[in-house]
Design a protein around this ligand. Structure first.
Ligand SMILES: NC(=O)c1ccc[n+]([C@@H]2O[C@H](COP(=O)([O-])OP(=O)(O)OC[C@H]3O[C@@H](n4cnc5c(N)ncnc54)[C@H](O)[C@@H]3O)[C@@H](O)[C@H]2O)c1
Ligand SMILES: O=c1ccn([C@@H]2O[C@H](COP(=O)(O)OP(=O)(O)O[C@H]3O[C@H](CO)[C@@H](O)[C@H](O)[C@H]3O)[C@@H](O)[C@H]2O)c(=O)[nH]1
Length: 454
């Protein structure tokens, strides 16, 4: 089958490559000419493990190509995936649908045959109906155009494997024809036993928004409990470990720390709330406002902890920030908790040096006045405190003794709760982590003797 993928960012480029992998002939379309030039030369303009190799292979075989022309897209095939951005509007929590509208408005005049437009972008419930109305108005009665929704659940950092081995496929359809096209496109995955949920379009739109809101709620739940742990002298990491052993709770999205960021969870949470408000049921999801607040508070808590450790003020002190991406194995810095903390510290008068293995170039564009180091050790030079804010595997392998040689003070704050605190303490560091205000165990030699005093 010949399909186009409109929007070739983190979602669209991955989807285009994976559709080619699943046997389709694919044309990727984007309004960004630099992006299209890069992809046409099989260069992926962002970091996503495994994607370059797949794009190289399929561009090389001619099964995957790219264009900026929606006219070419309409000529290429009759199935069009929509993967453009749906960011948060700057003035409210609701989703900005203008990229979707301009994509369908750009495509509609060139559609000549029966066409299926399959939305993959994350949208407020009711968006597909608006797109259908818009398309039908522009295409007229002679060109039957149908919209379906096939929300995407991939995670950045594991996008390729998530697309080729998803937990489930959701088909929001209003006809047997649309369902059959989707079944044909994903035939290999369905044959391998991937569950398919076929439903109406509004339900499919809401499934995606609810999934992200639920994941965000889990993260904020554990971070709220982390605040209680801090006040009570308890250990949220142990607590989460124990909760996870209950299969009803599960072990995912319970990692405490500076909270969720990225181009999805924060904005999707707010967009869902805004849409519920529009539908007159805002009260039902009011708690999501609290989920958001807890999340943003975690960023402040890490700054407070750093300030406390540094004797009450960070002004004029050097601070080393390990991590800029919103999560490891990605160069995506959208709504990154690490960079939000780095920028806030700079505003408080600290000299902030950031190191990230992949996201420094993106971070420099958005925060040009932070310093960017080429290694963790460089970033740590002269630091009064080290903040571990994105849990790249290489940070877990740092040698605390070696880093200890270059810092001004051996203080580390683990904003992700993934470092081995005992290793850092053994090398003379003060190790603190969010939600773990627990007294250190006394070394064995300091324990009171069990022998009665002579
Ligand atoms: N990033 C993810 O992991 C992920 C996963 C699932 C769903 N989503 C959803 O997918 C959508 C895209 O997210 P993303 O992270 O890929 O965003 P992105 O910003 O990386 O990519 C969007 C792309 O769309 C292009 N674009 C904008 N208007 C266009 C138009 N009119 N025609 C053609 N191209 C156009 C942009 O130039 C950009 O390359 C969002 O709705 C997001 O919520 C993202
Ligand atoms: O226990 C956890 C799990 C995650 N996070 C943070 O939560 C954020 C989001 O993580 P993740 O869900 O892995 O990232 P995304 O790649 O943004 O993926 C989410 O957003 C995508 C876009 O909608 C969806 O497709 C995915 O299913 C959904 O997981 C990151 O900042 C993580 O550091 C935590 O703080 N604690």
């Amino acid at each position: 089958m010949r399909v186009t993928v409109i929007g070739t960012g983190y979602l669209g480029a991955t989807h285009a490559a994976c559709m080619a992998e699943l046997g389709a002939e694919v044309l990727g379309v984007d309004i960004d000419p630099d992006r299209i030039t890069a992809l046409s030369e099989a260069r992926v303009p962002f970091y996503e493990p495994g994607l370059d190799e797949m794009i190289r292979r399929h561009v090389g075989s001619g099964r995957l190509s790219f264009t900026t022309s929606l006219r070419r897209a309409a000529e290429f095939g009759d199935v069009h995936f929509l993967c453009v951005g749906t960011p948060q509007r700057p003035d409210s929590g609701s989703a900005d649908l203008s990229y979707l509208f301009s994509a369908v408005d750009g495509l509609a005049p060139y559609l000549r045959r029966t066409s299926l437009i399959i939305g993959k972008s994350t949208v407020p419930v009711g968006t597909a109906a608006r797109l259908t109305e818009r398309l039908r108005r522009q295409c007229g009665p002679d060109v039957p155009v149908e919209v379906a929704w096939n929300p995407e659940f991939l995670q950045e950092g594991t996008a390729v494997e998530n697309t080729l081995d998803p937990d489930r496929l959701v088909f929001g359809v209003s006809s047997d024809f649309a369902e059959q096209v989707l079944r044909d496109l994903y035939a290999d995955l369905i044959a391998r036993g991937v569950p398919v949920v076929v439903t109406d379009i509004p339900t499919s739109e809401l499934i995606k928004s609810s999934a992200n809101a639920f994941l965000a709620t889990k993260v904020s739940f554990i971070n709220a409990v982390a605040e209680v742990c801090e006040a009570a002298g308890a250990d949220v990491r142990k607590l989460a470990e124990a909760l996870s052993l209950d299969p009803r709770i599960g072990h995912t999205y319970l990692r405490p720390g500076i909270g969720f960021g990225g181009g999805c969870l924060p904005k999707d949470l707010r967009a869902l709330r805004a849409r519920a408000d529009e539908l007159g049921v805002g009260h039902a999801l009011r708690f999501l406002g609290e989920v958001d607040e807890i999340n943003l508070r975690a960023r402040e808590r890490v700054i407070e902890l750093a300030r406390e450790e540094c004797g009450g003020s960070l002004a004029g002190r050097r601070v080393c920030v390990l991590g800029a991406a919103f999560k490891p194995n990605s160069d995506d810095i959208r709504d990154s908790p690490a960079l939000a903390v780095a920028a806030a510290l700079r505003d408080l008068g600290s000299e902030v040096s950031v190191y990230d293995p992949k996201a420094a170039d993106n971070a420099r564009k958005q925060f040009p006045d932070l310093d960017y180091a080429l290694s963790a050790a460089d970033a740590a030079q002269g630091a009064a405190v080290v903040l571990h804010l994105t849990e790249w595997a290489e940070f877990g392998e740092l040698d605390p003794a070696a880093i200890g040689e270059v810092v001004a003070e051996r203080r580390i704050i683990d904003g992700r709760n993934t470092l081995d605190g005992d290793r850092w303490r053994a090398a003379g560091w003060r190790y603190r982590a969010l939600g773990r205000n627990v007294p250190q165990r006394l070394p064995a030699r300091l324990l009171p003797s069990r022998q009665p005093a002579a």
